[in-house]
Design a protein around this ligand. Sequence first.
Ligand code: AHR
Length: 507
Amino acid sequence: MLHASLSADAVTPLSPVHRRTFGSFVEHMGRCVHTGVYEPDHPTADADGFRGDVAALVRELGVTTVRYPGGNFVSGHRWEDGVGPKDRRPVRRDLAWHAIETNQFGLDEFVTWCRRSDIEPMMAVNLGTRGLQEALDLLEYANHPGGTHLSDLRAAHGHPDPHDIRMWCLGNEMDGPWQIGHLDARSYGRKAAQVARAMRMADRDLELVVCGSSNSSMPTFGTWEATVLEEAYDAVDHISLHAYYEEHEGDLAGFLGSVTDMDRFIDSVISTADAVGARLRERKRIQLSFDEWNVWYMSRHHAQAAARPTDDWPVAPRVIEDRYNVADAVVVGNMLISLLRHSDRVTAACQAQLVNVIAPIMTEPGGPAWRQTTFHPFALTAASAAGHVLHTDVDCPVQDTARYGEVPVVDAALTHDPEDGRAALFVVNRSTERPLTLRADLRDLAPEGVSEALTLTDDDVYATNTMDDPDRIVPRPNTTVRLDGGRLTVTLPPVSWTVLTLSTSRN
Ligand code: AHR
């Protein structure tokens, strides 16, 4: 048995819990849209063709924001193709994913779908094949109240009220050579700044996200952020981060330690942005939008993509439909812990993606929808984290990993809502073999009782949920938890994610 201790500072909260931390991502890729959120012939579909079973799971997941329509897809996308009478919408090739896009689901359907589930839409503009004029046209169509050509067109399409989309991404992964219209940092920074300034002339209160690096291993990482912000600092509010992790060559310990990289990535982007801000004598601080994060077995995707015939242009093919296991869910839970711990600067995040494509929700065309293992830590964190994130200190043993050297076996985040006194502790035991007893000193919070203690784990860390056995892996009550005089003790199995919710008398 390993031992760890945790202490909390309830006096000076780190930051509020941002609802946008629990965002997701719908891209026109594979089956995320078609036979994912949208399937007109499905038995649960509503009059708009939205799958009812998927919408119910999305609400249960607690998703607050959804980024759309890509991803790599956006860099070749013409937004006009996806609006207006469906029988007149053009069918196009999507070069990013080598597929056919029918455009039967577009901007108006997306916003309608979001609003029905109280989700905030977050839109990306195409800065790959397109630029300033098209971004302004899209903004006019989406947000202008009426009385202009494009806002009246929206009304004529059955949407008299403006969509009022607040958050806009200025392109996608423009640092990546794979991106259609990929640019060097200086050219992209100038283009993004121009687009941002003009978009603000239309609406001063937009929140604009400039592209950061596609991941922390990009050769341009660091200089990309610095150069782009030199050009666009005054015009934007957020810089994006993207990161995907997978288990490499049986290095389970390294995979479980993935957040080591995520933490460093976040800290480096903060330092870089602040250094540019200081040089420019800017008072504003750039916020971080971690708008693509997840576990993704990308190496399998590359192998499959290389094997695909190049004359094949399928509609909604099954691509990157990763099946997630227990270890994947623990890493996803840990990534949410990292996002919460960085809430002072990471004010928005999107798990990529929402349905079928590296997703917490899976569907069969004409058949059921079910929850992957990764659904559970997301849903429970979104439901339990509220109020403020508190500073925590953890003292614990370390574990050797091939990828990151020594990694602490425990990672945790604690939130407290002064409104109702509810606190939530999220904690992972990343040890591959040994259970751990955690002693948490929560006296500052004056805890009165444990309302819920749930742990996601299994003897088989590679066990998954399937269509036939959708609840093989679910969080189960942790009966080891004890609370005595403000000190909490709980045993955490190896490779596990746990949430503990408490009532406290501190407001
Ligand atoms: O989420 C899948 C893809 O990953 C996105 O299209 C792209 O932005 C990223 O590389």
